[in-house]
Design a protein around this ligand. Structure first.
Ligand code: PLP
Length: 394
């Protein structure tokens, strides 16, 4: 494998983890095989007993295509190792299962993806693993809710859909006082804009379905961190059969090679869209890390390199009027995902927060007039024109 130490992110995105096969294929080839053969029993035992890194069985992740994309993921997040999963939820579920036991506790800070909320709030309690949910504006209550049974503090930064940022360093410091791990979902920021491990997080999780995949054509997840924290997670992944498929791993590696180019263009276009919306008379508020002020700006400046490609805006409009604005958009497709080359729009009350009680939505700043935008690779001026037409049509 190429030694990528000290190279820039763009170079590492292309070269990290790659190896050429004897035929000279320019990237790591796709090995669809479920099993790998050995010259001798001694050679097999070297891999089985962990003395030699090697290929063995694909569900274990011991497949060259999977190991290659994992090396790339670890490199980009500045972690020792990575595990690639069949989805972001698979990565989260295996992490929670591996690092908590019955009777233990998780703290979830701020707004998180609906599936995460359901996993923590409905599935894990069936196993006697409970979660305390703190709203973003309750972050100062963290020390009060941490107990000697708290094993994980989990959060997204920026969060969905309010794009709130959390101080990774300060939270990790508090989590450590009770021996809890800090697990950060870095899906929105991507390793281009933020590396949570370098700000004190213990583990980083991704829905690779989003920016890492980047083309809305694959579903995958990733967990990055020190080997000793990944080993128990790897066992759950293996035995729950959650390993990424080699075909998806190859597609994911293909996408990550262009990640910095895509994300930097998306950062720029999103900043332009956010500035346009902030100046529009029908817009009450724009949530975008690049426009943060006060304490939020301090956190953005301390841990993010750019504002990212995601933003939300609250329109001076009812739920129906907001839906009409969304329906008039032509370049932004109405779809619940994010991070792809094409721009997407959602009204959170109809998607991610559809089932949430209106009072709770209001407390969390998720207004009926909120739209969430995932800015793609279209020209920013075209996107702004599309928004102007949708907002200005009576
Ligand atoms: N984390 C975030 C921030 C997400 O937005 C999502 C999905 O939308 C997930 C995790 C779950 O990822 P996946 O859909 O790949 O399971």
């Amino acid at each position: 494998m190429t030694d990528t130490t000290a190279q820039s992110l763009s170079t590492r995105s292309v070269h990290a983890g790659e190896h050429r096969d004897p035929q000279g294929a320019i990237h790591t080839p796709l090995y669809t095989h479920s099993t790998f053969a050995f010259e001798s029993t001694a050679d097999l035992l070297d891999v089985v007993e962990g003395r030699t890194p090697g290929n063995l069985y694909t569900r274990y992740g011991l497949n060259p295509t999977i190991r290659s994309v994992e090396a790339k993921l670890a490199d980009l997040e500045g972690g020792e190792q990575a595990l690639a999963f069949s989805s972001g939820m698979a990565a989260e579920a295996a992490t929670f299962l591996a690092h908590t036991r019955t009777g233990e506790h998780i703290v979830c800070l701020g707004d998180v993806y609906g599936g995460t909320f359901e996993l923590l709030g409905a599935n894990l309690p069936q196993l006697g693993i409970t979660t305390t949910f703190l709203r973003g504006d309750e972050v100062e209550r963290l020390p009060e809710v941490l107990t000697d049974r708290t094993r994980i503090v989990f959060f997204e930064t920026p969060s969905n859909p309010t794009l709130e940022v959390f101080d990774i360093w300060a939270i990790a410091e508090q989590a450590r006082t009770v021996g809890a791990l800090t697990v950060v979902d870095n899906t929105f920021a991507t390793p281009v804009n933020q590396n949570p491990l370098s700000h004190g997080a213990d583990l980083v999780v991704h829905s690779a379905t989003k920016y890492l995949g980047g083309h809305s054509d694959l579903t995958a997840g990733a967990l990055i961190g020190p080997g000793e924290l990944l080993a128990p997670v790897g066992m759950w992944r293996k035995n729950l059969g959650q390993t990424i498929a080699p075909e998806t791993a190859s597609l994911l590696a293909r996408s990550i090679r262009s990640l910095p180019v895509r994300v930097r263009a998306q950062n720029e276009a999103a900043a332009a869209v956010a500035a346009f919306l902030a100046a529009h008379p029908r817009v009450l508020r724009v949530n975008y890390p690049g426009l943060a002020t006060g304490e939020q700006k301090r956190i953005v400046d301390a841990q993010m390199r750019a504002g990212g490609g995601m933003l939300s805006a609250v329109l001076d409009a009812t739920a129906d009027q907001t839906a009409a604005v969304v329906d008039r958009l032509r370049l932004f497709a109405i779809a619940p995902s994010l991070g792809g080359v094409e721009s997407l729009v959602t009204q959170p009350i109809t998607t991610t927060h559809h089932g949430v009680d209106p009072g709770e939505r209001a407390r969390r700043g998720i207004a009926d007039g909120m739209i969430r935008l995932s800015v793609g690779l279209e020209d920013a001026d075209d996107l702004i024109q599309d928004l102007a037409h949708a907002l200005d049509t009576p």
